[in-house]
Design a protein around this ligand. Structure first.
Ligand code: LLP
Length: 451
């Protein structure tokens, strides 16, 4: 009855209410209010472990090492960064804010990576001060800026990776594909006009020319919510070819290659997520075959899953406020079920047309199912939480609704649209709740307003 897309700790109690990790969601709503993100800690830890052990087994089997970085952009809080690190993952950050949270969690700088296509000088300096394990260079101009920052601090050479765009177009939506040519990220592998080197090669040469920088490796991230894994292998082969070409030119074989994140998850009942064992084995086989073909030693490999680790761990709990049946042109009836949140706590349906599922959380019902659209409380009609879902026809104000698989890019992309305070993230573990990020209040909003 539960199972994907719900977290592994989600069950129906004998009286029909939903529970997560032994916590009755009615009690959670009474204690913490709604809307609330409900995060199943054991499920998070299990997914983190599953990725780590799948990749470790697959890459150890081909004879090299692998690091799994948790991509904090999916959702980051101090506790979550700590859990990821305790489960043997490193932490990938993309801004100074994410870096600050990872550091506050006690993650050692050496286990943190910093991305960003437009890092500020302050972010670069902070990363250097923290001794991050790697800065991922996203543009030619950044090479000089990092080198200058190292020089200004008279610090050790900074470990850098160069992010390349492999031309692979993958992912759930145009806005989340990141390795085709016509977008902002990374350095292209396509040579310039009149025999000029590709932007990627130009950046690699620039890094090698600066004693303040240590070229650790190459980076490729092709997109997000990817359900067809073939793109990862194509991208890996392109990156490994560049690595071999650079070694032929300079005599330096970069020791590491990062193949990014992007593993797709289940959002709807019946969706089949990527399986960590399968991806890890396929990627290891692709890396092994490509290196054998190119005649190069294997690199140390890393990957950066975010969504696949935190996405399925969380459901959002809402209270139904109003119910409005509408007769459509074709005679069908669609019931608009308005909840006490919306696009401010889950922007993905409005931004990407993302599909979600919803179920009654406070009870079950034997009423017939009705075509429903779950909508929020914001001032626009695109404020949709679940585009289409069958809910019991007696769904009524006061019912609790739960929307699963909201752990990734839910709270992390939440806003204060319409001055709505953002919901808390409540972890549930062994029958107990713990607030990881508290609910915002109107006082928080007013505190920012200088009058
Ligand atoms: N590494 C890099 C360099 C990335 O840019 C990303 C995601 C990841 C790793 C993690 O990807 P994941 O495993 O979570 O798919 N807001 C969008 C997703 C944007 C992803 C941005 N980069 C969404 O809600 O679908």
């Amino acid at each position: 009855m539960t199972g994907a897309p719900w977290s592994s700790g989600t069950t129906r109690l004998p009286d029909g209410a939903l529970a997560v990790a032994g916590v009755d969601l009615r009690a959670l709503a009474a204690q913490h209010g709604t809307p609330a993100y409900v995060l199943d800690e054991a499920d998070f830890r299990a997914r983190a472990r599953a990725y780590r052990s799948a990749f470790t087994a697959a890459f150890t089997a081909i004879g090299t090492d692998v690091d799994v970085y948790y991509a904090g952009k999916a959702f980051l809080s101090v506790a979550v960064a700590r859990w990821a690190h305790e489960e043997g993952l490193r932490v990938d950050t993309a801004t100074g804010g994410e870096l600050a949270i990872a550091l506050r969690a006690g993650v050692p700088g050496a286990d943190i990576g910093l991305h960003g296509n437009n890092k500020s000088d302050a972010e670069i300096t902070r990363a250097l001060e923290a001794g991050v394990g790697r800065l991922i260079v996203d543009s030619l101009g950044e090479v000089e800026r990092i080198a200058e920052a190292v020089r200004a601090r008279r610090g050790e050479p900074a470990p850098v990776m160069v992010r390349v765009t492999t031309g692979v177009h993958a992912g759930g939506h145009e806005y989340i594909s990141t390795a085709h040519e016509d977008q902002k990220f990374g350095l292209s592998l396509v040579p310039g006009p009149d025999g000029a080197p590709s932007p990627a090669v130009a950046a690699l040469r620039a890094v090698l020319a600066r004693p303040e920088l240590r070229l650790l490796g190459l980076h490729s991230h092709i997109g997000s919510q990817i359900l067809d894994p073939s793109g990862f292998e194509v991208a890996a082969r392109k990156v490994l070819r560049l690595r071999a070409e650079l070694a032929a030119e300079t005599g330096y074989l970069v020791p590491e290659v990062d193949l990014g994140g992007g593993y797709g998850i289940a959002y709807l009942p019946g969706d089949v997520p990527l399986d960590p064992d399968r991806i890890a084995k396929d990627m290891a086989a692709a890396v092994d075959a490509a290196c054998a073909e190119l005649g190069t030693a294997l690199p140390r490999v890393s990957v950066e899953p975010g969504r696949a680790i935190v996405g399925p761990t969380t459901c959002t709990l809402y209270t139904v406020g109003t119910v409005k049946p509408v007769t459509l042109d074709d005679g069908r009836v669609r019931t608009y079920v308005s909840v006490d949140g919306g696009m401010s706590d889950n922007l993905r349906p409005a931004l990407y047309g993302a599909q979600y599922h919803a179920e009654l959380a406070s009870r079950t019902s034997s009423a017939p199912l009705a075509l429903c659209r779950v909508v929020g409380k914001h001032c626009e009609s695109g404020d949709i939480v679940v585009h289409e879902v069958q809910l019991p026809a007696d769904v009524a104000p006061g019912d609790l609704l739960a929307v699963p698989a909201t752990g990734a890019y839910g709270r992390s992309m939440a806003s204060n649209y319409n001055q709505v305070p953002r919901p808390p993230v409540v972890a549930v573990t062994d029958g107990a709740t713990r607030v990881l990020v508290r609910r915002e209040t109107e006082d928080d909003l007013l505190a920012l307003d200088q009058g």
